[in-house]
Design a protein. Structure first.
Length: 217
């Protein structure tokens, strides 16, 4: 299930918003495999045959169901292009493989990774322990919530962060959409570097990893 941008790429953030609000008018079902048809189990067939059967099945026009094309091309080249068009990654499959419901070497997911410098908007807590940082970005003159980073911290980096961030604690959140109450909110002054999979235009980062503080010039 995807929400498509005007350029045809997928907007994961929009899909999440639609799911939370139970709004499905922009959601499209993207079909890439066919396992059963007219009571026949197709899983034993090679992938390229199942794809061809699927393509023929979806020749009739459906507004909300789309056939997913595949590319027989050099993997690294396709992956590099995926970065250029700002998507989350690619999936590579063996054309001659039967369908297996368990993980195998017949298909590989290769995520794209993006770096960003975002403002530290709050310190998250897991009970009394450090639980990560709430992030924010400036967009159209406003400060909006950009997600939470929990991975990539060591005891040493946490100690350094507290020295720099504790003096910036405020009583009210600086972002318009405050995520959770178990936090110390900060003046949005310090930027942190993160590695994530959400794309360069995503409102909220996905699977972020903390890499360090952005040093002041």
């Amino acid at each position: 299930m995807v929400v498509l941008r005007e350029d045809g790429t997928c907007d994961f953030g929009a899909l999440q918003k639609g799911a939370r609000a139970s709004i499905s008018d922009r959601v499209t079902y993207s079909a890439f495999d066919l396992l059963y048809q007219d009571g026949e189990d197709l899983r034993r067939l090679p992938f390229f045959e199942r794809k061809e059967l699927l393509r023929k099945t979806l020749q009739t026009s459906f507004d909300r169901i789309r056939y997913v094309e595949h590319f027989e091309a050099d993997g690294p080249t396709v992956w590099a292009h995926a970065h250029k068009i700002n998507v989350e990654g690619i999936v590579s499959k063996r054309l001659d493989s039967p369908y297996r419901s368990t993980r195998s070497g017949n298909w590989i997911k290769t995520p794209c990774q993006y770096r960003a410098a975002l403002l530290a908007a709050g310190i998250a807590y897991d009970g009394a322990d450090f639980g990560g940082l709430y992030l924010a970005r400036r967009q159209k003159g406003a400060l909006i919530y950009a997600g939470k980073v929990e991975d990539g911290f060591t005891d040493e980096t946490i100690a350094r962060l507290r020295v720099q961030l504790d003096p910036l604690v405020t009583r009210r959140p600086s972002v318009s959409t405050a995520p959770k109450p178990n936090a110390k909110w900060l003046e949005p002054i310090v930027k942190v570097r993160i590695l994530h999979r959400g794309g360069l235009t995503a409102e909220r980062v996905r699977q972020p990893v903390f890499e360090g503080l952005v040093e002041s010039a």
